[in-house]
Write a protein that binds this ligand. Structure first.
Ligand code: 26W
Length: 824
């Protein structure tokens, strides 16, 4: 109904065509006679963009006038994927556009796939931020995202002769979804020195001078909500040489190249997304990125607050800032600096404001992923911030010493500064001390952080500071957009699309478990999705897979803790088993397609070795006449958001098999189940809550529990390590050269047999193989299988990111929605 109020833009197929053609001919200056799919995409995108912009402006105006708390989500990553399909569904004119494009001679799906993914993220953490933006807009929260406008997103992955090759992802040549705001520019300072001066009241103040200035230029991206005109803003900062700083002296003295080099150095800050996930390298440029983005965002937020002319003490009632992991922790220090050094507040008054403003979300317990910055590095780049960190630490330790006198070990353990050589700043400690709430992202993970990395902080602050908000996913993208036929079928049964904004409504589906026609259509949709994936695999890899086979998918970043190696070693075991079978036995086996996808960090050799093993196994298995359709092994190149939209609806089983206690949550597990696939998984992350919701007869759990991992690892080192006998056979096959030069896989095999099997591959192998046997059996009874799938989908309501946002708003932000037209 709200759309009636917005007169602008198109409302019919004909008007859409007019608008798209006008953009193609004028905005793009192209003739309709040589209009290709890219031009059709561009015209369509611009037509929809016009409609978004109207509501975007209105929303921003409404939020400015409303005297209401705003939420800011600070994330170094936003893994948005494509924007146009999402915009069409939210604006609600996709059918008109489809018809219009058809008349112009184009197919909607082909036009949509012209768009380049916005891939400003590595994986789970970045995609979570994107889902949260969607939910916050849909639920009418006055909420902005703040991030960096990387010129290069996550690299494109090519598989060349079975090895990963990284290619730069230059994605900005045509991006209609961003609006440069050259008028919104912030000066960001680096390096220099700190001196103390006396102000007009005789008070001593710190002054940070010298060093260099880089400009932060805002680029805004509209974030439309679904079923609401609310259109929020994602502000991404781009680095530019400071106009005021352009070195005219160098220029005038004929050193033109020198001044251009300075310019390029400034632009380097936002040039590239660091491609590591769960691995911290401590590079200066990364710290520069973090400060650049935090300082620009804080300046923007404070400027907006100051327009309201309210007392500083009300800052936390007007502003909530959520830190997506420790990457934006410098924002805490920066706000303290602004309040004390620039606004003249007293230390305690300022620090109170800071604590009540920030919330910190932790996404990992793995020690190698916890951020630490060397003190000398920070001293050089951010001298004033380091002083503030030391002051925060001194006061915190004083408080601890008072509460727990004479516990020197406790002080050493909780100090922000690690007393190593060189000294290090522990960002997770700083984030915890500077926030009023710390949350994990699934129940097990939140329990683990309370008992491991933040144990001492629970002792100090009490348990209430630490909480859980289990992750979720947006049903708009991950059901309606990725699986339109399933969404439509569900809507036909539930009497409309209300489930897209209240996912718990799915539970009504269980009443249709006896509805034969419904079940048949459900099965047909799954089959069609598998056919589509099979065609994609055929086209991109040349491998023919049978869509009737069981599709077994593991797609996520390649990491030893996620255990793609367990999966491929299991596949080899299956291959050896098939080879040893008689033709009669083979006839009883359910055909399988094992599909892998995901990127390895460029410097992560073991992860690259895992990719190579998968490809090498595929080379052998896919050509083996004895095996035929019974087993195919496929590596899908360059896994990203838009490929996830093809893969997720096409699984029968997906794998979420991390060593128990290592995967904080996982979110693709939720996406696969919501699309009618079952899961094989360990008792880890959100798998545990998925099991609680859908029932343990609808999931295939296996393996050791988190509580036993430490003892098992200890036993590997101090007991006698017993390699699983079936795994031993797999290793023999690899070592005998079955999959090519065995030397290439030596490090991988040795990590298990000789170096302590840290990720418990051998310990979980038997249980993993046995569970895959159960899956083979269960898949033979297609009726029972289908019932499991439908039951699972009906019970997935909890995993909507809308529920997450409700929880954050209620328990952490204390923020309320701002519905358009006062909620009418
Ligand atoms: C400093 C390098 C670095 C980069 C990224 C360290 C850590 C990260 C992220 C915190 C890693 C990450 O993406 N974690 C994932 O977050 C998801 C969303 O909460 C969870 O679902 C995944 O389980 C978790 O691995």
């Amino acid at each position: 109904a709200w759309r009636k109020h917005s007169a602008q833009g198109f409302t019919t197929k004909e008007q859409f065509e007019d608008e798209a053609v006008r953009h193609i001919e004028t905005t793009l200056a192209r003739s309709l006679f040589n209009c290709d799919e890219l031009a059709a995409y561009s015209g369509t995108a611009l037509a929809f963009r016009d409609r978004l912009v109207i509501e975007w402006n209105r929303t921003q105006q409404r939020q400015s006038f409303a005297d209401q708390k705003r939420v800011y989500y600070l994330s170094l990553e936003f893994l948005m994927g494509r924007a146009m399909d999402n915009a069409m569904l939210n604006v609600g004119m996709k059918d008109a556009a489809r018809a219009g494009l058809n008349e112009l001679g184009f197919n909607m799906e082909d036009v949509i796939s012209q768009e380049h993914d916005a891939a400003l993220g590595n994986g789970g953490l970045g995609r979570l931020a994107a889902c949260f933006l969607d939910s916050m807009a849909t639920m009418n929260f006055p909420a902005w995202g703040y991030g960096l406008r990387y010129r290069y997103g996550i690299f494109k992955q090519e598989i060349v002769d079975g090895f990963q090759v990284e290619v730069p992802d230059y994605w900005l040549d045509f991006n209609p979804w961003e609006f440069p705001r050259h008028d919104v520019t912030v000066d960001i300072q680096f390096y220099g020195y700190v001196s103390r001066k006396t102000d007009e009241n005789g008070k001593s103040v710190a002054v940070w001078e010298g060093g260099e200035i880089v400009d932060a230029v805002a680029f805004d991206v509209p974030i439309p909500g679904y079923g609401t005109p609310t259109t929020n803003n994602l502000r991404l900062w781009s680095s530019q040489a400071s106009k005021g700083e352009f070195d005219f002296q160098k220029f005038n003295s004929g050193n033109y190249e020198g001044s251009v080099a300075d310019q390029q150095r400034a632009e380097t800050i936002s040039a590239v997304l660091y491609p590591n996930e769960n691995f911290e390298t401590g590079k200066e440029l990364r710290l520069k990125q973090q400060y650049f983005w935090c300082a620009a965002s804080l300046f923007d937020i404070v400027r907006r607050f100051k327009k309201g002319k309210k007392a500083w003490s009300t800052f936390p009632e007007n502003v909530a800032i959520q830190l997506n992991d420790t990457h934006p922790t410098l924002a805490i220090v920066e706000l303290q600096r602004i309040l004390v050094d620039l606004e003249g507040l007293g230390w305690d008054e300022a620090w109170n404001i800071v604590i009540n403003t920030f919330g910190y979300t932790n996404h990992t317990v793995m020690p190698e992923a916890l951020e630490k910055w060397s003190v000398p590095l920070m001293q050089n780049l951010l001298p004033r911030h380091l002083q503030i960190v030391y002051e925060v630490n001194a006061r915190f330790l004083q408080m601890v010493e008072k509460k727990f006198p004479k516990d020197r070990d406790l002080l050493t353990r909780v100090s922000i500064i690690e007393e190593t050589q060189p000294k290090m700043v522990r960002m997770a400690h700083l984030a915890t001390i500077g926030s009023h709430k710390v949350n994990g992202v699934a129940e097990l993970h939140s329990d683990l952080i309370r008992t491991t990395i933040f144990k001492d902080f629970v002792t100090i602050y009490g348990p209430d500071k630490f909480t859980n908000v289990t992750n979720g996913i947006t049903p708009r993208r991950w059901l309606h957009q990725a699986n339109p036929r399933l969404s439509e079928l569900i809507a036909s049964k539930l009497g409309g699309y209300d489930f897209l904004t209240d996912l718990t409504k799915l539970n009504k589906l269980e009443t249709f478990l006896d509805d034969k026609a419904f079940k048949k259509e459900w099965q047909e949709i799954k089959y069609a999705n598998k056919v589509r994936l099979a065609q994609y695999i055929q086209k991109t890899t040349g491998v023919s897979v049978n869509p009737k086979a069981l599709f077994d998918i593991q797609v996520k970043r390649i990491h030893e803790y996620k255990r793609q190696q367990l999966n491929i070693l299991g596949v080899i075991h299956r291959y050896l088993t098939i080879k040893a079978m008689s033709p009669e036995e083979r006839k009883k086996l359910a055909p399988r397609v094992s599909i892998f996808g995901g990127k390895a960090a460029p410097g992560y050799w073991m992860a690259k070795t895992i990719i190579h093993l998968v490809c090498a196994v595929g080379e052998v298995v896919n050509k083996d006449k004895d095996v035929g359709d019974l087993l195919k092994v496929v590596y899908v190149e360059d896994y990203n958001v838009s490929k996830a939209e093809i893969l997720t609806p096409a699984s029968d089983i997906s794998e979420h098999i991390s060593t128990a206690g290592t995967e904080a949550s996982g979110t693709s597990n939720m996406k696969f189940v919501l699309n009618g696939g079952l899961v094989i998984g360990t008792c880890d992350g959100a798998n545990i809550e998925i099991t609680r919701e859908i029932g343990d007869s609808n999931i295939f759990l296996f393996g050791n529990l988190a509580e036993d991992v430490e003892d098992l690892r200890h036993a590997h080192h101090y007991g006698s390590f017993q390699l699983d006998p079936d795994l031993a056979k797999v290793f023999s096959a690899i070592k005998s050269g079955t999959f090519g030069d065995a030397g290439r896989f030596a490090a991988l095999c040795d990590s298990i047999t000789d170096h302590g099997d840290y990720y418990l591959v051998s310990d979980d192998f038997a249980s993993y193989i046995q569970t895959h046997g159960l899956i083979d059996e269960a898949f033979k009874d297609q009726d029972a299988w289908l019932e499991k799938c439908i039951t699972s989908v009906s019970r997935m309501g909890f995993f909507s990111s809308d529920r997450c946002i409700d929880q954050y708003a209620e328990e952490i932000w204390n923020a309320e929605p701002l519905p358009p037209d006062g909620g009418a």
